[in-house]
Design a protein around this ligand. Structure first.
Ligand code: ATR
Length: 280
């Protein structure tokens, strides 16, 4: 009998997770099957009830349910509590446990490009939404020298700094960030600006130093204006495929206790996106 896992969200039609996970399950010889389920916000409680009683091994959670699912779960991991969002549920013999693999997945992807000691790195995170919070929290666990968050609405960045980062980490404006850009060895764009695909970037990249690791969590467009501009300036670029694949790989591990073939998962996603460079 197949063990069921999947994705709940609203909408979910665009998701590449079924192909990515099912290929990895097959490669590992695991009897798991991943499907996507569109769940209207009004029916979330009912969906969780049904998935529990139908014996789902677990599932992923995406927008708009990442916060609202929390009251329907039996336990929330520390990192999901701090991040304030659940993207992975594990059904442990009827007990539903909520985790967040977004931040740790992002960091794992990023680290493939960081060939210097992370303790020496100054990191800039641009944006202060849900993704920024998950990434900030997970990055702080790796203890870089400093993390600075820049956001249009500075209050939102201050909340993340207080709740997820360390005392010496800082908040600055987007203008300040542009001016001191060459101070950072790692620069991460978590804003949604690139999705418009109109050439705009969250900050001016004039002062970007060559060799900087530059990351954008967007994968559609495949190479945002932010990454294109960075590439011209000699930075090492990484798009949102890394986070998508590695958050998925961490969910896979939680459900199965095994490590998936990450390269296979990544190849499937890149093919689906028609991508022309590989994030490795
Ligand atoms: P998510 O939860 O997926 O990270 P979000 O909460 O919508 O997404 O966050 C989007 C981020 O992009 C926010 O930091 C937002 O800035 P504000 O907090 O000031 O709203 C940022 N963002 C979106 N459009 C922007 C723009 N045109 N200029 C600057 N920042 C922008």
């Amino acid at each position: 009998m197949k063990k069921l896992v999947g994705l709940i969200g609203y909408p979910v039609s665009h998701s590449m997770s079924p192909e990515m996970h099912n290929a990895a399950f097959q490669k590992s010889g695991l009897p798991f099957y991943y499907d996507k389920y569109e769940v209207h916000p009004d029916r979330l409680e009912e969906a969780v009830y049904n998935m529990r009683t139908e014996g789902f091994a677990g599932w992923n959670v995406t927008i708009p349910h990442k916060q609202t699912i929390m009251p329907y779960l039996d336990e929330i991991s520390d990192e999901a509590k701090k991040i304030g969002a659940v993207n992975t549920v594990v059904n442990e013999n009827g007990k539903l446990i909520g985790y967040n693999t977004d931040g740790a997945g992002f960091v794992k992807g990023l680290m493939r490009h960081v060939h210097f000691p992370i303790e020496q790195a100054k990191v800039l995170i641009i944006g202060a939404g849900g993704a920024s919070r998950a990434i900030g929290y997970a990055l702080a666990q790796t203890a870089p020298k400093s993390i600075v968050i820049a956001n249009r609405t500075m209050e939102k960045a201050r909340d993340i700094q207080k709740e997820c980062l360390r005392e010496h980490d800082k908040v600055i404006s987007l203008q300040e960030a542009a001016a001191v850009l060459s101070d950072f060895q790692i620069v991460i764009n978590t804003t949604s600006i690139g999705m418009k695909n109109d050439g705009s970037t969250p900050i001016d990249l004039l002062h970007l130093a060559p060799g900087t690791v530059l990351s954008d969590i967007i994968y559609n467009p495949y190479k945002t204006a932010f990454l294109q501009e960075g590439e011209k300036r000699g930075t090492i670029i990484d798009n949102g495929v890394s986070m998508l694949v590695l958050q998925g790989a961490l969910s896979f591990e939680k459900w199965t206790g095994m490590q998936p073939d990450i390269e296979l998962m990544e190849t499937i996603v890149i093919e689906k996106l028609g991508g022309n460079y590989v994030n490795r």
